[in-house]
Ligand binder design. Sequence first.
Ligand SMILES: [Zn+2]
Length: 243
Amino acid sequence: MTNAFFKEKTLIGSFFNTVAFRVIEEAEVNGELQENLIEKYAVISTQGKRAHSTFLDELKKNFRGLDKNEDIHRLKKQKSETKRSIQSVIDTWTEKAKTFPFKVLVTVLEQSQSSTVGFTVTVSNIMNVKLVVKPGATTNEVQRIVMFGIDEKKNAWEDSSYLVFQRISQLAIGAVDYINRTKGEDSLEYLLDWLASYNDLYSAVCHRCQKHLYLDSQYFKLLPPTLRVYDQAKSYATHPQCV
Ligand SMILES: [Zn+2]
């Protein structure tokens, strides 16, 4: 197994288990992941293991289309270039979004002294996505991403009352990790594209099973296609289980 594989594993595990995350940080001391420490991580929490396998499977299957050599080449090239500000990325993307056949609105909420930017992405009349993003040296760090129904008045540190948006918020963690790894400085732009692809949440049938509702789990119950996957830069609606 490659280092990239472990990296993926750690990113996913960290979301579910902060203890495990500390082990992973130790494991990265020399800039490389140590296999024995990764194994230590694996036995810390059965919850973490379950989450790992679910999300790893989803990531590997769902975002295959983004992983291309040309992207990796471009990522390396961009590392030395000046980082664009979050606001300018949003401005550029908003201009592009005007050509979409549906409405997407990005509202920047605050810019604190620590330069963390909070903003809301309103996708059509479907959902509000609240993000808190911290500018980084090479990539912007998404500290929080959470989906809400269009009628919900909640802040970025709360959760939606709707199961469908709780589920999409869960899937978004994996998407952010993957996009960050593969898109570097373009991550935010791709993330906005990915969010906009949810404009057909209530109408799209699953690309695979051709149905709208699917029994996601005992907790989430029947849900529409909650995932958007890319293939050849085109997004498809799908149930996570159908990928
Ligand atoms: Zn399906």
